[in-house]
Design a protein around this ligand. Structure first.
Ligand code: SF4
Length: 327
């Protein structure tokens, strides 16, 4: 430990507590019961398209202001000014993103596969359109069939060191799909994505934006753990991508959220920074993609939680707006 570590730790803690006080969101706390209690205070989902595009219902619960007086008043005023600014930015983001989505060229409809073996090959991909829909069989069965194929895959150099593959979990009909870069140690041991402390934090973040974990779908770009949790390599991502495409073709999410820079870089095939990737919407196979921090990064760097909170509120607002737009 370096000499300035205690000072730096104190500063980090002070900043963390300040964020908790100012934002008051459930997932700022890592403990489940506290998170659940705070999440329960969030408002009901918006009902109308206008409300849906407005993140008012996602306002975090009021902060527990320790004391009254001029300082508390000034802090409250600064907080509501920030909140107003964020809402305006969020509304603009949703409006512009919807326009971008509506103005994208309509991809030609790909022919449905004729063979009864529906999952032997990926559906024909359009140049930049959504993956072609699989034939009408149960999505759950289709995912199980694909997962069985993944479980015996030896297409890249990660297969000898895995304990098991980590295919994904959640609702086969999910409208939102969260994607990380690759399984870690806990995931490799349990065969499930996003378990352990980072997984619990993701669950808390989802609850804070009114999603239950089994309502969305969660997976990784790579289905096998890279040794020592190193970053995925391009050849591994390339080898595994056909599985992801087929997974998306089955689930057909309306929105993808990349968790962490490596997931976003790999999925979007870019070297851009997470900061710039977070600023706008991207597209993968015609599906809108947003990016935010990985929960494990938030455990190491709690000062990124405020940015993440804004990202996921935008995601929820966009999700609601897309839903309203489709109805
Ligand atoms: S990471 Fe993907 S491509 Fe590589 S062995 Fe695992 S399942 Fe196969």
């Amino acid at each position: 430990m370096t000499q300035d570590s205690p000072g730096r730790l104190a500063a980090d803690l002070a900043r963390y507590l300040d964020q908790q006080q100012q934002d008051g969101t459930a997932w700022y706390f890592d403990e489940g019961p506290v998170a659940a209690a705070a999440a329960a205070t969030l408002a009901d989902p918006p009902a109308t398209p206008v409300e849906a595009a407005t993140p008012a219902a996602l306002t975090p619960p009021a902060a527990a202001t320790a004391a009254g007086g001029p300082e508390a008043d000034a802090a409250a005023a600064a907080k509501s000014a920030r909140e107003r600014e964020f809402r305006a930015e969020c509304e603009r983001f949703v409006r512009e993103t919807l326009t971008q989505i509506r103005n994208r060229p309509v991809a030609p409809v790909a022919a449905a596969p004729a063979a009864p073996d529906l999952f032997a090959a990926a559906p024909a991909a359009t140049p930049d359109g959504p993956p072609a829909a699989p034939a009408p069989v149960s999505k759950r069965l289709a995912l199980e069939s694909l997962a069985a194929e993944v479980a015996v895959c030896t297409a890249c150099k990660l297969h000898p060191t895995r304990t098991q593959t980590v295919f994904g979990s959640g609702n086969p009909d999910a409208r939102v799909l969260f994607i990380g870069e690759a399984p870690g140690r806990n995931e490799d041991e349990q065969g499930l994505p996003f378990v352990g402390r980072a997984g619990q934090l993701l669950t808390d973040i989802l609850r804070a934006i009114r999603f239950e974990r089994d309502e969305v779908y969660i997976c990784n770009i790579l289905k096998c753990r890279p040794p020592e949790n190193r970053d995925p390599e391009r050849d591994e991502a390339d080898a595994c991508e056909p599985f992801l495409r087929r997974q998306l073709a089955i689930i057909q999410p309306h929105l993808i959220c990349c968790l962490g820079r490596h997931a976003a870089m790999t999925l979007l095939d870019t070297r851009a920074s997470l900061r710039s990737l977070r600023e706008t919407v991207h597209f993968y196979q015609g599906i809108p993609v947003l990016a935010t921090f990985h929960p494990a990064a938030l455990l190491r760097n709690p000062h990124w939680k405020r940015d993440t909170w804004e990202d996921v509120r935008k995601l929820r607002a966009l999700h609601d707006a897309l839903l309203a737009d489709a109805s």
